[in-house]
Design a protein around this ligand. Structure first.
Ligand code: ADP
Ligand code: MG
Length: 305
């Protein structure tokens, strides 16, 4: 399989703060790949390095075999980068922004029109509106159109849906699926767990480290292997009792139930008896289906320890 992105042992420090720590990552050509992690995880730092805008302290990153440091000029033609937060010129109109990006890359809008049409069509109704006056969802569509204007082979999208309403978020992901069908490799970061399921593979990142890589389904089924639901009359007491049981690794509130991450040898029937002996009532403990959220809780907790 062809590698689109290859990152080897990459680290980046800001002063003494290590924003990225020994990152290894491979993304295949044509993949829709998600970088999932909370605020401060290191997502934007990784994007800036891939977009050739920031130098790593050690290790290397290459895209389509081009090194982000050595070959940055050639590489910039191949990547469409959408930084986090709105990056366009707020005082320029929709049309002016698009023209600006086209001239920056020395291309004509009409030559890329087939590619941007599904994204741009909704903006065509108001070419003279200032970018700053657009809604959040429309701003993102304009930014994506601008990132596509030079027909990049890979899109680097850093939290494109943050602060965008739910309907526009959904539309945005549908547009990405269409672009994916046109063989564009897409690397998209998000801190919304539900969006992880939209990706073919994801990397979970926290505190500058990649914690897991795989399909969302694989990662979720792996966590589901030792996961249980627990309910009882007094949920708060139940939570505190479960947390101190030696066969339980972690326990946390999950919707209207508790989720137990069990160690080997955990016996739900025995745990129920123990809890009843302590006076807890209405206890029920049964296997739970894992969720991407469970994975995330596990990974972030492990890091704290
Ligand atoms: P994310 O995009 O996942 O929120 P960032 O890459 O922006 O993460 O940040 C990773 C870490 O590096 C955070 O702890 C952040 O505070 C720190 N950081 C980011 N940019 C700078 C900077 N320019 N100077 C110092 N620290 C920074
Ligand atoms: Mg960021």
């Amino acid at each position: 399989m062809d590698c689109a992105v290859k990152i080897d042992n990459l680290s980046k420090l800001y002063g003494k703060k290590e924003a990225l720590s020994n990152i290894d990552l491979k993304v295949e050509k044509g993949e829709m790949f998600g970088i999932i992690g909370p605020d401060g995880a290191g997502k934007s730092t990784l994007y800036k390095i891939m977009a050739t805008l920031l130098l790593p302290d050690s290790g290397k990153a290459s895209i389509f075999g081009l090194d982000t440091v050595r070959d940055y000029r050639k590489l910039r033609e191949k990547i469409g980068y959408m930084p986090e937060r709105f990056s366009l010129y707020q005082d320029l109109t929709v049309a002016e922004n698009l023209n600006f990006f086209a001239s920056l890359f020395g291309v004509k809008i009409k030559d890329s029109y087939d590619l941007i049409a599904p994204v741009f069509s909704q903006l065509e109704k108001f070419p003279n509106r200032k970018a700053g006056a657009l809604s959040g969802g429309m701003k993102q569509k304009l930014a994506l159109s601008c990132a596509l204007i030079h027909r990049p082979a890979i899109l680097l999208l850093d939290e494109p849906t943050t602060g965008v309403d739910a309907i526009s978020r959904n539309e945005f992901w549908e547009m990405l699926s269409k672009l994916r069908e046109r063989d564009i490799t897409i690397l998209v970061s998000t801190s919304y767990m539900d969006e992880a399921n939209r990706c073919e593979r994801i990397a979970m990142i926290n505190k500058g480290r990649i914690l897991e890589v795989g399909t969302p389904q694989n990662l979720v089924s792996r966590i589901g292997e030792n996961l249980f639901n627990a309910v009882g009359e007094n949920m708060f007491r139940l939570l505190s009792e479960l947390r101190v049981m030696p066969e339980i690794e972690d326990c946390y509130t999950f919707g209207s139930t508790l989720h137990i991450v069990a160690k080997k040898g955990f016996n739900p029937a025995r745990a129920k008896l123990e809890l009843e002996e302590k006076g807890l009532k209405g206890i029920s403990i049964y296997p739970a289906k894992g969720d991407i959220e469970d994975l995330f809780i596990k990974l972030t907790r492990n890091e704290e320890m």
